[in-house]
Design a protein around this ligand. Structure first.
Ligand SMILES: [Zn+2]
Length: 304
């Protein structure tokens, strides 16, 4: 049975071929381009199959009016259901009561654990996050809510120190600069290698990277370019260590944002889904955010 490393990039869509607005049109992205037969991840790039990967432009709007948002988009990714339609609209960034109820009732994390599969969320959180959750000053976003509701422990500083998890920025540089922590700091490529090694301990490992959405809301074009170049190198590191003949990497997002830095809002663009390695044929009919979970079930639970 293949293992799955699911690399979730918040707020990355397929935008215009405009290097003045879209970091993905301007950056040097050798790893992603190799998965696209030399193309860039842009709106005009069609579904692409290479020897090792399948790329599917993926609808995040789900037939619901308005701009897609994080809570409902991530809930669709984690349940395989059209959560924006079920609750009557896109909602985010944090889950409202309706989204939280959905995620507490069940998600792919619950399904996998119930079937005896080993699952983990490999993005680590600082102590101040746990303190803020415990005090009620902060609430979980959709992914950690789903993970904890399924009984998973969130990774903390000890896990990052031991290499069992990484900071959400991949390299842990943020932990040094902003948190004053002496955790190891990696190059992006080393971080990808570490992530692959950590994920190899599980049947299903999810990593949540939210910096893409943050830069989409607040960053400059140069920030966006540097970030997507870093992510490309992280992916190169993952692929250095991940056995694509046996295991699968999934990359996707919940809505567009970063691909248009001409404004500060989410977009209606489709999002890039990459399925790299073994088992990718299970996702052949994926076309929107609800298609991830059925594919994961086929791979890890051998359902048809
Ligand atoms: Zn989002």
């Amino acid at each position: 049975m293949p293992r799955i490393l699911f690399l979730f990039l918040d707020g990355v869509g397929l935008g215009a071929d405009d290097p003045a607005r879209n970091p993905l049109a301007a950056a040097d992205l050798p790893t992603l381009s190799a998965l696209l037969a030399g193309a860039r991840p842009l709106a005009a790039t069609l579904r692409t199959e290479t020897a090792s990967a399948l790329f599917i432009p993926t609808d995040a709007g789900l037939g619901v009016d308005g701009l897609p948002q994080s809570a409902t988009g991530q809930a669709a990714l984690l349940t395989g259901r059209n959560i924006p339609a079920e609750i009557g609209g896109h909602w985010g960034p944090k889950p409202n009561a309706a989204v939280a109820q959905v995620l507490r009732a069940g998600s792919i994390f619950h399904e996998l654990r119930s079937a005896g599969r080993r699952a983990a969320l490999l993005s680590g959180y600082p102590q101040r996050y746990f303190d803020a959750i415990a005090s009620g000053r902060r609430s979980y976003s959709a992914i950690p809510l789903a993970a904890t509701a399924a009984g998973l422990d969130l990774a903390g500083e000890d896990d990052i120190r031991a290499g069992r998890a990484l900071g959400a920025d991949f390299t842990n540089a943020f932990w040094r600069s902003e948190l004053g922590s002496d955790v190891p700091v990696y190059t992006p490529r080393e971080a990808g290698q570490r992530l692959a090694a950590a994920a190899a301990e599980y049947d299903f490992a999810l990593f949540e990277h939210w910096v893409t959405d943050y830069v989409g809301h607040r960053g400059a074009l140069s920030d966006g370019i540097a970030l997507v170049e870093q992510i490309d190198q992280v992916l190169a590191g993952v692929l250095d260590r991940w056995d694509l003949a046996r295991d699968l990497v999934i990359i996707t997002s919940d809505h567009g944002n970063l691909e248009d830095l001409g404004h500060r809002h989410h977009t209606l663009n489709r999002v890039p889904t990459f399925l790299i390695g073994a088992g990718r044929a299970a996702f052949d009919d994926l076309h929107d955010l609800t298609g991830l979970v059925p594919g994961i079930r086929r791979v890890l639970l051998q359902t048809v």
